[in-house]
Every structure is written in structure tokens, then in C-alpha cells.
Design a protein. Structure first.
Ligand code: PBG
Length: 322
């Protein structure tokens, strides 16, 4: 036999050949678009570190949702900003809140769109932490009760899926019980199960005005060095009743995405977070990278690692390419 025996380049000679043997495909079906709902009417403010992403009042949210649905994107995830922040984030469970009103408006418009809601307190608390604070400590159990109330208010407004992102222990079970007690057995839980304490959330904290006013989130979000612990977190959430689990951020944690998919077989979401988005936008703005190609490659990588669906601020732009 003559060398080389294998010539992998044979199957790379044309787009038809490459397409024929391609293993991973991105599809609009697997995209989720994050949106920021704020109080008021006709409000639409761009977030400076996230070009193309806005804080919007419910009337504007519906308008953009119409476009999102038009692209064939199946789902949005809503984050909320309150009128007023307080110690316990009480507006998180208000029927009049920007998220709750946005869900109702989307339902009323009869858009073909799944509505996922982020369940957390950090956007609603004056101290910016994801739970109740006492003596500089973030308390677990009292926070869990408040999170369950917020999730219930989202279900009442018409959410299809609630997604707790707070990283308190036991919140999935508490939310499941609360929903079931109130006859929302069919509302699903997408748990941010492996959520790392990441510097990649920077721009989001401007978008959601949720930067912690003291300290950081290391006492509840995961240490970036841990993979085995991520599996324990994921399995615990599944045992507590999570229907799907999320890994966040996505790009720097693809090993976790891959492992969660392989070891649980559960539906896995990956969140390409604000910092990942902002870095690509900023480098492209400087002409250092080609935005569309880097965007699609970053999403393809997340998909290849095993994510069934991807939460990404690129969802609408990516849908245009697809
Ligand atoms: C709230 C929450 C955060 C993100 C999603 N939900 C921020 C945080 O934990 O500080 C980050 C999303 C992003 O960066 O795009 N708990």
C-alpha cells in the first residue's frame, strides 16, 4: 500500500461533499432569544455593551416577539426590571410586573412562541443579590420561598417554562410543589443547574441593573474549576423535578455541556451569555474578526458539544443566516 492510506481531504473537496458528511447542524428550532422587560409604555433603550439588545416595555416586547416568531425561533426567555427595588425583591412576584405583563401581552397576541421566564431575585433586590440578605449573608431557604412565588406569578400570567437562575439549593423542588399545588402541573422547569460564578455576565448586569451592591456571587454560583460538582448539581435538579437543565456560560464550559448530555440524556440548554456576545460584537466592530462566521461557529460548537437548545442574543441574527 502506498502512503497515505487515508486521505480525509477527499471528502472536503466541495461543499456538496462537506455537507454530505457534516455531523452537526444548527437549526432555528434550537434557539432561544433573551429579552429584557421594563416597566412603562413605548420604552426601548439599547444596552450600550450589548448592541442590538434593548430594555423594553411590554408593548415593545410583543412587537419584537412578533419578529422573533416570524424568523421561526420557537422561544424567548424574559428577564424583568422592576419599578422599584427593595430588600426582598417583592416586585418579582407582582402580577403587574413587566415580565408578567409581557407574558400576558404575548399570549393575547396569540404568537406562536414558547415563553420561558428567568426566575431570580437579583434584578428586583436593592442589594442586587439573588436571594434575601441578612448580616451580609445570602440566606437560602427564605429565598427559595420567594422564588417559588415569582415562578407561580409567571405561570399565572401564562408562561410555558420557568427557569430558575438563582442557584439557591432546593429551589427546583419548591417551585415544582408550588406550581403543582396551584394546578400548573404542565408548566415545565428549565433549571439553570450548572451556573458558574462567571466574569462573562458583566454586560448582563448593566442590562438587568443587577450588579451586586456588595460582595460577589461566589457563595451561591459554582466555582469555575468544578466539573464533578456540576454533575451533582444537575442530578439533584433532575431529582427535584427539572424537565431540562442548563449550563451557563456556554463557550468556556463546553466540557460540562458535553458531559451533562452524555451522562443524563436529559434535554440540555446552554446559555451563550452577555460577555460571550459582547466580545464577538466588539471584536467585529474593530474589524478583527468576521462577525457572522464567528457567531455561527460559536453556536455550532455549543451544539456539537451536545446542547439541544441554545439561549443566545444572536438568535435573530443566526436565524437570518439559517
Ligand atoms: C440572574 C442571571 C444572570 C444571568 C442570567 N440570569 C446574571 C448573574 O448571575 O449575575 C446572566 C446572563 C448573561 O450574562 O447573559 N441571576
Amino acid at each position: 500500500m502506498t502512503f497515505p492510506i487515508h486521505r480525509p481531504r477527499r471528502l472536503r473537496r466541495s461543499e456538496a461533499l462537506r455537507g454530505f458528511v457534516r455531523e452537526t447542524h444548527l437549526s432555528t428550532n434550537g434557539l432561544v432569544y433573551p429579552m429584557f422587560a421594563c416597566p412603562g409604555n413605548k420604552v426601548r433603550t439599547e444596552i450600550s455593551s450589548m448592541p442590538g439588545v434593548h430594555q423594553q416595555s411590554p408593548d415593545q416586547i410583543v412587537e419584537e416577539c412578533r419578529e422573533v416568531a416570524g424568523f421561526g425561533i420557537p422561544a424567548v426567555i424574559l428577564f424583568g426590571l422592576p419599578e422599584r427595588k427593595d430588600e426582598t425583591g417583592s416586585e418579582s412576584a407582582s402580577a403587574q410586573g413587566a415580565v408578567q405583563r409581557s407574558i400576558e401581552a404575548i399570549r393575547k397576541a396569540k404568537l406562536n412562541l414558547l415563553v420561558i421566564t428567568d426566575v431570580c431575585l437579583c434584578e428586583y433586590t436593592s442589594h442586587g443579590h439573588c436571594g434575601v440578605v441578612e448580616g451580609g449573608e445570602i440566606l437560602n431557604d427564605p429565598s427559595v420561598a420567594l422564588l417559588a412565588n415569582a415562578a407561580l406569578s409567571h405561570a399565572r400570567a401564562g408562561a410555558d417554562i420557568v427557569a430558575p437562575s438563582d442557584m439557591m439549593d432546593g429551589r427546583v423542588a419548591a417551585i415544582r410543589n408550588k406550581l403543582d399545588e396551584n394546578n400548573f402541573q404542565d408548566v415545565a422547569i428549565l433549571s439553570y443547574a450548572a451556573k458558574y460564578c462567571s466574569a462573562f455576565y458583566g454586560p448582563f448586569r448593566e442590562a438587568a441593573q443587577s450588579a451586586p451592591q456588595f460582595g460577589d456571587r461566589r457563595s451561591y454560583q459554582m466555582d469555575p474549576g468544578n466539573a464533578l460538582e456540576a454533575m451533582r448539581e444537575v442530578l439533584a435538579d433532575i431529582q427535584e423535578g427539572a424537565d431540562a437543565v442548563m449550563v451557563k456560560p456556554a463557550g468556556p464550559y463546553l466540557d460540562i455541556v458535553s458531559r451533562v448530555k452524555a451522562e443524563t440524556g436529559y434535554p440540555v440548554a446552554a446559555y451563550q451569555v452577555s460577555g460571550e456576545y459582547a466580545m464577538i460584537c466588539a471584536a467585529a466592530e474593530r474589524g478583527w474578526i468576521e462577525k457572522e462566521r464567528v457567531m455561527m461557529e460559536s453556536l455550532l460548537g455549543i451544539r456539537r458539544a451536545g446542547a439541544d437548545f441554545i439561549v443566545t442574543y444572536f438568535a435573530t441574527e443566526a436565524a437570518k443566516q439559517l
